[in-house]
Design a protein around this ligand. Structure first.
Ligand code: ADP
Ligand code: MG
Length: 701
């Protein structure tokens, strides 16, 4: 019974037993043989050769070195916070550094002894070191172990206490694999295995854990990554297909007077190529008879508002109402003002609804929606409330998507039996691979071109020691009539520290820019909403020259006269966040600047990020770099997504596999929409299995 082997409870594996079994379940979520088999190494140590210290460079992966510990030095005074060992071979010496497990390391490390060290060398202050290396005594046996790639497994302290460290887990994998039935059933249709030239499942399992060589490991990875990504894409595409089948959409089959008059007589500029392309995409979707569900990504300033407006006019031309929802009152007000101005002279009835709308006005608006008198409704979350009922909503536009939960989006669609089209707009571009995975069941458009004549923000990186020059530059800009933001990082765990940091900054700025010539505003998260608003308003109206703030400065708040963005402790921000902050300036006619300030001694990673920021202002490029540098888990808005719970595929590196997997999934569903062909039976079962799991999950959570 091949399948039952993998379904066996983990405690039945020789070498596990009840006690270790319990810990494997609790600590690593490993309940069955299959779970263990799917606990893949997160990297491999090349044990085929020893490197020498003189060969070191930053591009090396995890390597092994052979040498002698010459000296062991604890640092940090009474409470040792860092242990440094000098480690030397015939060609040179490096430092091995521990910040954790110091006591244990002190006990086992002996000066004068020979060790094998595994790790990734990093350059710090122009010397190489290895932080938290794995280390073992050198014996003739280690020397013989050469010639293989050895898997390194994720584990925990509690597991290690029961000898389930990486090596212990490797031992279990060997045990498991030795019993793996030779008839192990395939998990993908044979047609796919052939067409994609995939390694058979059994070989893939063996080679992912015990690779005989690099080429076989690569094939095993390819197979398992493909399978993982393919099944996700199949699921997403299937759910999109179901949505399309279930929900018919309102058909916008004409472009009429509202659209044409506005486009030809009122629009104050020529649309960019990207805007035209996206409008075509929207028009195509809305005319298809199916509900549109489109994500529109575009940097701040790429002109999303006018695209939304044109789409709403399309809706109006076809006899439908529309609404535009923004995440904050300030942004909603901005949209209302902009759109009211743009539509001046056209007979379009626009209403504005937020949480602070007075009861009588609210009543009037609700009635206007019901009578059909109101064409376009603009507002905040207040639009989702139950009693806000349209007579015939055709299009819902949601700005700044990541602030709204999926639940909220869903409740907007549910307002009518035949749901309106949905256009979700976000100023946080995400890389293609992430979009395909996170929003794989939506269609995605990109405004990847800025309106002509926009001057890109000039960005520079300055060190703490160059602060005087920065202050001089600020004075110069203020004398030219410009305004300046200074932003401090806010990290929740140390909110108090950050606040101190900000207030110190504020005081020092107030000393450098004294009254009466200069006026400084301050805004932070601990202030009352009303005080915040007053300060923002003072800055907006030009009464103050400098705004000192934490990241609470609202996404999208528009102060065109602010032309300098100074970011303190810039190394503490991720790329996407730096890019978002920089988007606060560059909105007026003047040349704008962004100054990234970091301490004088910053690691390579921080330098890289600063360089990227100085080199490009393209949000799509920056998002791509962010993904490469940090991995998908840290990107804005992706944290809670279970979809990113990948076992083996890596969205930063496996773009090609992902694209191919999606293509194959599309082909399968095109040929066999309901997976009725015998060869697709396996896939149907997998989807059903997943759905049952989801159903159980939503019941318990
Ligand atoms: P965002 O994508 O950040 O929401 P907006 O829609 O607010 O961008 O547009 C930013 C500014 O650019 C607005 O002042 C808008 O009128 C202007 N704009 C939009 N499209 C164009 C265009 N094609 N040509 C020139 N200016 C444009
Ligand atoms: Mg906007």
């Amino acid at each position: 019974m091949p399948s039952s082997y993998l379904d066996s409870p983990i405690e039945y594996l020789k070498g596990v037993g009840p006690h270790r079994g319990e810990i494997l379940k609790k600590e690593l979520g490993i309940f069955t043989f299959r779970d263990l088999l799917h606990h893949f190494p997160f990297r491999y140590v090349d044990r085929s050769r020893f490197y020498t210290i003189s060969e070191m460079n930053e591009e090396l992966p995890y390597i092994q070195l052979k040498g002698v510990v010459k000296q062991i030095t604890p640092h940090g005074g009474k409470r040792i916070t860092r242990l440094v060992a000098q480690f030397a071979d015939e060609t040179g010496s490096i430092e091995l550094i521990w910040f954790q497990g110091i006591k244990w390391m002190r006990d086992i490390l002996k000066v004068g002894k020979q060790y094998v060290v595994f790790g990734k060398p990093t350059l710090f202050n122009s010397r190489f070191n290895i932080v938290h290396p794995e280390i073992e005594e050198y014996t003739p046996e280690t020397a013989k172990a050469g010639g293989v790639l050895q898997g390194v497994y994720g584990t925990t302290e509690k597991c290690k206490a029961l000898s389930l460290d990486s090596k212990g887990i490797l031992k279990l994998q060997k045990m498991l694999l030795s019993g793996l039935p030779s008839t192990l059933a395939e998990s993908l249709p044979t047609s796919i295995i052939y067409s994609e030239k995939l390694m058979p499942l059994r070989e893939a399992y063996v080679n992912i854990h015990l690779p005989a060589n690099a080429a076989l490991l690569q094939q095993a990875e390819q197979r398992l990554k493909f399978e993982e990504l393919f099944l996700i894409q199949l699921r997403l595409l299937k759910s999109k297909q179901l949505r399309m089948e279930k929900t018919s959409g309102k058909r916008f089959d004409k472009i009429g007077d509202y659209f044409n008059t506005f486009y030809h007589e009122h629009l104050p500029f020529e649309l960019t190529g990207a805007q035209k392309r996206v409008l075509k995409e929207i028009r195509h979707d809305c005319g298809s008879g199916k509900q549109m569900n489109r994500l529109l990504q575009g940097d701040v300033g790429s002109g999303k508002t006018v695209v939304a407006l044109l789409a709403m006019l399309m809706s109006l031309d076809n006899g439908y109402q529309s609404c535009l929802m923004a995440p904050t009152e300030i942004l909603a007000t901005q949209h209302f003002t902009t759109i009211t101005n743009l539509l001046q002279g056209l007979q379009v009835n626009i209403a504005f609804l937020t949480g602070s709308t007075k009861a009588a006005e609210r009543k009037r608006i609700l009635a206007g929606l019901q009578s059909g008198e109101i064409n376009i409704l603009i507002g905040t979350h207040a639009l989702i409330e139950d009693d806000v009922q349209f007579i015939n909503a055709g299009l819902v536009v949601i700005d700044e998507q990541h602030r709204f939960g999926v639940q909220q989006r869903a409740s907007l669609w549910m307002k009518t039996k035949e749901p309106p089209h949905v256009l979700v707009m976000t100023a946080t571009p995400i890389p293609r691979t992430l979009a395909m995975t996170l929003y794989g069941d939506l269609d995605v458009s990109a405004l990847d071109e800025m309106p002509a004549g926009r001057k890109p923000v000039k960005t520079v990186h300055r060190f703490e020691s160059q602060r005087l020059a920065v202050i001089g530059f600020m004075r110069e800009q203020i004398s030219l009539g410009r305004q300046i933001y200074i932003v401090y990082p806010l990290i929740e765990e140390s909110e108090k520290l950050d606040l101190n940091n900000l207030m110190e900054g504020f005081e020092s700025i107030s000393r450098d820019f004294p009254l009466p010539d200069y006026r400084v505003s301050v805004v932070h998260g601990r202030m009352k909403a009303k005080d915040k608003e007053t300060e923002m308003q003072r800055f907006k109206s030009g009464q103050t020259h400098i705004m000192v703030a934490t990241t609470v400065i609202e996404v999208g708040v528009d102060v065109p006269n602010a032309s300098v963005m100074i970011i303190e402790n810039a190394e503490r921000f991720g790329l996407s966040q730096l890019h978002q902050l920089r988007g606060r300036v560059g909105r007026g006619a003047e040349q704008s600047y962004c100054i990234l300030i970091t301490g004088d001694k910053k690691g390579n990673d921080a330098r890289k990020r600063m360089k990227i920021m100085c080199d490009t202002t393209n949000g799509f490029e920056i998002a791509e770099m962010d993904l490469q540098l940090r991995g998908p888990g840290d990107l804005t808005g992706t944290q809670q997504s279970g979809i990113l719970d990948l076992h083996i595929a890596d969205l930063a590196k496996d773009q090609k596999i992902l694209e191919r997997a999606r293509e194959v999934a599309v082909n399968i569903l095109t040929n066999d929409a309901n997976l009725l062909l015998p060869e697709n039976n396996l896939l149907k079962e997998k989807l059903n299995h997943y759905e049952r799991q989801q159903a159980n999950f939503s019941r318990v959570s």
